[in-house]
Design a protein around this ligand. Structure first.
Ligand SMILES: [Zn+2]
Length: 99
């Protein structure tokens, strides 16, 4: 199956942007939950984050999305996140170490 992931990663900064809304939900709900699960279950830091991300992507594999497409999309998103982190640091943004 050939799935085009482009609509899931290309976005603008409008209020209706689905990518921005998705990222907001992840930041508000999923990231704190993952950190809490790690603490509650005495799991190493980032363990739920890493395995959670892998399992979610694995569900895409199971649905037939090609691995190279997933990896390419992930690479674009990580580039974007790295840029944002660099910007945040340059502007003295969020405090470090509490993500
Ligand atoms: Zn957006």
């Amino acid at each position: 199956m050939k799935t085009d992931l482009t609509p899931l990663i290309e976005h603008d900064l409008s209020d209706e942007c689905g990518v921005c809304r998705t990222q907001d939900i992840i930041e508000m709900a999923l990231l704190p939950a993952a950190a809490a699960w790690e603490q509650t279950n005495e799991l190493p830091r980032f363990s739920v984050a890493l395995h959670g991300a892998a399992s979610l992507l694995g569900a895409m594999l199971e649905e037939g999305v090609a691995r190279n497409q997933i990896e390419a999309a992930l690479s674009v998103l990580l580039d974007e996140i790295e840029d944002r982190i660099a910007d945040d640091r340059a502007f003295g943004g969020p405090t470090q170490g509490n993500a």
